[in-house]
Design a protein around this ligand. Structure first.
Ligand SMILES: Nc1ncnc2c1ncn2[C@@H]1O[C@H](COP(=O)(O)OP(=O)(O)OP(=O)(O)O)[C@@H](O)[C@H]1O
Ligand SMILES: [Mg+2]
Length: 338
């Protein structure tokens, strides 16, 4: 699906911290690095509060970065003048997490979808603009009769479609979709997923698709990054992640996906993570996952794991996969005198 692997977006050691008063800092995103290739769907997955939305918003430049770089088509997103940013927003758009909160309740669907095109002076006449809004409504499976209604008159799935139509209005190349299906019924989720896939085929879009579990992302994504407490812990192709997960957190996320066969579902083992996600204000030392990891060792509290490339394009941050470190650990555990 990738276009000879040409890099469209490059995120390098990105950090976004929030000052939360009393001299404390919340490290919502604390060193993300990945690239997204043109034409692919990159899934970003992790449980609630791990920093996915903050990452998405910082990549789009809605939040300032604390450190690191976001480079889109060779241009630094956090280093643009107003004119460059105006042009950039034609290329990168976001579908927001909550379809109830992200659409202005006082605007009609027509106004919501037309607004970005008006800001960018895309059409000379009202007639052309109206025709384009109608076309966008049809693109997302709504129809022109919906244009004069208000968001509250729609179902969750329809509202999400309105959000998608607005994101498509400027004909972007890249869309950040922040949990676009989480608030929807399972039956509607599949429809919206298919809509994203169809639009990608038709318009050659690239997606950063954010989700908190792996069930749908599996079908949608070419590659997946797994996030935990502001960090990436594993990154690889969707097939590799399912077939050969390396990080204990990925294993736990995979084991949480229900299997449709009730016999298998009843007999299989679930890896239940103990405890809550630690606070990003006071994250654990060493490996951030160690407080909930079933395999945690002493070294996990003292050393931050390196970002290791175990197979081509398969990265993991876990001491268990650091061969030289594990050799050291085993040697230290050997009795000194036999
Ligand atoms: N504007 C802000 N000010 C202070 N803290 C924030 C702000 N936005 C997010 N956070 C904190 O940053 C962390 C990450 O939040 P974020 O919304 O990015 O998580 P998420 O992975 O998108 O979660 P969810 O799946 O629930 O949407 C959380 O601890 C959250 O409380
Ligand atoms: Mg979020």
């Amino acid at each position: 699906m990738t276009d000879s692997q040409s890099v469209l977006l490059s995120v390098k050691d990105l950090k976004r911290h929030f000052d939360v008063g009393k001299g404390k800092t919340l490290k919502a995103v604390d060193g993300l690095s990945f690239e997204i290739y043109k034409g692919e769907t990159f899934g970003l997955v992790g449980e609630s509060g791990c920093g996915k939305s903050t990452a998405g918003r910082t990549i789009l430049g809605l939040y300032n970065k604390t450190d690191g770089d976001v480079v889109f088509e060779g241009q630094n997103v956090h280093d643009m003048n107003d004119k460059e940013r105006h042009q950039f927003l034609k290329k990168m758009q976001m579908v927001f997490q909550d379809p109830y909160a992200s659409l202005n309740p006082r605007s009609t669907v027509y106004e919501i979808i037309a607004e970005p095109m008006e800001i960018h002076n895309m059409y000379k006449s009202k007639k052309e603009l109206r025709a384009r809004v109608n076309e966008l409504l049809e693109d997302v499976g709504l129809n022109r009769d919906h244009a004069n209604r208000y968001p509250h008159e729609f179902s969750g799935g329809q509202r999400q479609r309105i959000g998608i139509a607005r994101a498509l209005a400027l004909d972007p190349e890249f869309i950040i979709a922040d949990e676009p299906i989480s608030a929807l019924d399972v039956s509607v989720q599949a429809q919206v997923v298919m809509l994203f896939q169809r639009l990608q085929r038709e318009k050659g879009l690239t997606y950063l698709f954010i989700a908190h579990d792996l069930s749908m992302v599996k079908y949608l994504s070419d590659r997946i990054g797994v996030m935990y407490l502001g960090h990436l812990v594993e990154l690889t192709t969707s097939d590799q992640l399912y077939g050969k997960p390396l990080h204990p957190y990925t294993e736990a996320l995979l084991s949480a996906i229900p299997i449709p066969d009730p016999d298998i579902e009843e007999s299989r083992e679930r890896i239940l993570l103990e405890g809550e996600l630690p606070s990003p204000i006071d994250p654990p030392s060493g490996c951030v996952f160690r407080t909930r990891c079933p395999y945690a060792m002493a070294v996990c509290a003292t050393q931050k794991p390196d970002w290791l490339e175990k197979d081509e394009g398969h990265f993991v941050a876990c001491h268990l996969h650091d061969e030289s470190l594990m050799k050291e650990v085993k040697e230290q555990a050997k009795p000194m005198h036999v």
